[in-house]
Design a protein around this ligand. Sequence first.
Ligand SMILES: Nc1ncnc2c1ncn2[C@@H]1O[C@H](COP(=O)(O)OP(=O)(O)O)[C@@H](O)[C@H]1O
Length: 337
Amino acid sequence: MSLTEIFAEPLKTCNFDSKQQKILAMPAMSWWSTLARAAGRGVEGVASRTIGHGTAATPSARTAWPTTQGPTVLLPLRSHLVTRSASSRSPSVTVPKIVFLGPPGVGKGTYAKRIAKWLGVPHVAVGDLIRNEVKAGTPLGKEVENTVSSGGLVSDDVVLGLLKGFLEESGEASGSASATQVLHGKTIDASGGYILDGFPRTAKQAEMLSEFQNVNLVLNLYLREDVLIEKCLGRRICPECNGNYNVADIYRPAENGKPEIVMPPLSVPEGCEGKVVTRKDDTEEVVLNRLEIYRRESEPLEAYYRERGLLVDFEITGGIDHTLPVLSPTVIRELRQ
Ligand SMILES: Nc1ncnc2c1ncn2[C@@H]1O[C@H](COP(=O)(O)OP(=O)(O)O)[C@@H](O)[C@H]1O
């Protein structure tokens, strides 16, 4: 079964009458190995751990990618991961502890959230944990409010304290603003793995994280900077449902060895229309400041994880429907290594 067969039809809709039903009905291990084999084939020929639509995929794989018709939906994979733990695979793979890295505007949060849902693990967005404290008006929130709205980085101790509390207390209601509000009142359990988004941002934070968590994959999403700025300025959030949207409609032709970029807007659904707002830190001045900080901090951070063989670079060149069918098997393939 080819990558196209697995990801083209099924990912467009959540329709159980489609081919997806057949895939899900397969015995878990055979589904798993088919997916994993296809994932390996999909990025065949990549010399290093650098993956991207423009750089790694073969032309035939590229033309076979699904077109953008309707939302891309990945059904939960958790049961397959659990099944794998009974096999001979290493336990680290069955507990995916994944870090997503990437500059503001790259879509890190959106991809992290989708992949987390698919893997059946919580998406832990540190920026949300911090914003939550600010929104709840806690002493910590008041302390960091100005730093956040100017695009600066909150102190390591504060962020680490929040994250540690969240990861260690999740599974039992901690009663803190973070555990109860970020996840909309639902208790979450990070003991079966997680996707960490927004932490670490510096090599020092990576060191600190390694003292209490063993991360097994770091996905480094990247995108050219002029597009990043446009995407940040087009970003909208719904304060009620926490949904993220983007009104920017971006196109850049391929030139000077750079891939073509096609990013249609991520439209605001009816229920959120009239409610969406621009984040305070998405003004041009603040975005430029955040990108500057990112550039400064990301190099040593990437080096930290590259040296440990955990970093996978992934170039974003398209919208979600274009990217997710390539990113998802990449995550599985890389977790297996
Ligand atoms: N790991 C971190 N260390 C320090 N500050 C952080 C960290 N993560 C988030 N923050 C603070 O929260 C703000 C919002 O974070 P986030 O939602 O991840 O935004 P973005 O990725 O768009 O910069 C950041 O600008 C920063 O002030």
